[in-house]
Write a protein that binds this ligand. Structure first.
Ligand code: ATP
Length: 361
């Protein structure tokens, strides 16, 4: 499949702030790439440069093989790009149908297209309403329909679900994903919500401090993050410092096979490596390493338990609800199932000797 968006060596400074420090990214045609990162890491700046609202200091952006920022610059309205902002920015005095058809030439063809995109986003029958007569979720659906109406080849979404409550957000993102796919649009979505990025995207680019730390399919980012920082940003993580030999990590909870043992031998940072274990891999049962429960957090579909080994090392465990949950102070035994993943040493942080690196969020 052809690359639709190619970003090479993009840098951007604002006075003494480096917003982008050399970003390389590619989005395949028809794919949705989520740019995930904490506040201030440069996500919106990246999106604004792709849209043409901001110019890069150095580097290049090409859309469908045409350079739009670099040696030459193409203005925003000639890039074939549509933007869905955080809050829809609908015209309050125009009805839903008029908002959606705003950028289209008058005529029967446009009216058909308005109907088509309203159907894509599930708003048939609401054409005559004004924005103030819609819920927040419906307003965002109108914003998405308006963006799709002129058949842009690239849709840029800047935290479009951020203002909505959790249930609405999940519904809307599934519908938006389906609408983009139906329209064969390529999309770049900016978010700080890891669950959103993992659930909606074909690829996730994890950014920190103006750089892309990892860009890969959601499963890879979750199960094979490059370093402890990415591991903790995209989910909950227990990271052990452990000796890795012949594909086995010797940890405080026993021997754990590792997926990629070669990484365990290629560092000059000493003999121990950081080995990631996700909470789903830790099993509470009637044999294994002794630990005491120090925290239980209930989420409905599952719960997170923090169990501390005798030496105080905390281990995060995911427990399916429906079984009886352990209680704080209870003695348990735990073991690890499946393989651990060897992380590269984090260039910007000193990994803790072992224990928690993540939080649910
Ligand atoms: P958030 O999730 O909070 O929106 P972000 O990842 O989108 O954050 P950016 O908005 O791209 O981050 O900002 C990156 C850095 O550049 C931040 O330190 C920000 O303060 C700075 N910055 C962005 N725009 C400007 C500007 N116009 N002038 C000065 N500094 C800016």
């Amino acid at each position: 499949m052809a690359a639709h968006v190619e970003i090479d060596g993009l840098t951007k400074r604002f006075a003494n702030v480096t917003a982008l420090a050399g970003v390389d990214l590619t989005v395949e045609a028809g794919h949705l790439l989520a740019v995930l990162g904490p506040s201030g890491c440069g996500k919106t700046t990246l999106l604004r440069i792709v849209a043409g609202f901001e110019r890069a200091d150095a580097g290049r952006v090409s859309l469908a093989g045409r350079e739009v920022d670099g040696a030459c610059v193409v203005p925003p309205h000639r890039r074939g790009v549509a933007v869905v902002p955080q809050e829809g920015a609908l015209f309050p005095h125009l009805r839903v149908g008029e908002n959606v058809g705003f950028g289209l030439p008058r005529g029967r063809e446009s009216a058909r297209r308005v109907e088509e995109v309203l159907e894509l986003v599930g708003l048939v029958g609401l054409e005559k309403r004004y924005p103030h007569e819609l819920s927040g979720g419906q307003q965002q659906r109108v914003a998405v329909a308006r963006a799709l109406a002129p058949r842009p080849t690239l849709v840029l979404l800047d935290e479009p679900f951020a203002a909505l409550d959790a249930a609405l957000r999940a519904d809307l993102r599934a519908d938006v994903r389906a609408a983009l796919a139906e329209d064969h649009a390529t999309a770049l979505l900016v978010t700080h919500d890891q669950e959103e990025a993992l659930s909606i995207a074909d690829e996730v680019a994890v950014m920190r401090d103006g750089r892309v730390r990892q860009c890969a399919a959601p499963e890879l980012v979750y199960w094979q993050p490059v370093d402890p920082w990415v591991a903790s940003f995209v989910g909950e993580a227990t990271v052990f410092r452990a000796r890795v030999r012949d594909g086995i990590a010797t940890t405080v909870v026993g021997n754990v096979p590792v997926l990629d043992p070669a990484r365990g031998t290629d560092s000059s940072a000493g003999p121990d490596r950081s080995v990631l274990v996700r909470p789903e891999q830790v099993i509470l049962g009637d044999h294994g390493t002794q630990a005491a429960v120090s925290e239980v957090t209930y989420y409905g579909h599952d719960a997170t338990v923090v169990a501390r080994l005798l030496d105080g090392t905390p281990i995060i465990v995911r427990v399916q609800t429906g079984h009886r949950l352990p209680v704080v102070g209870q003695q348990v035994q735990l073991r690890i199932e499946g393989a651990g993943h060897v992380l590269a040493d984090d260039p910007d942080a000193t990994p803790r000797p072992s224990g928690l690196t993540g939080s649910r969020g």
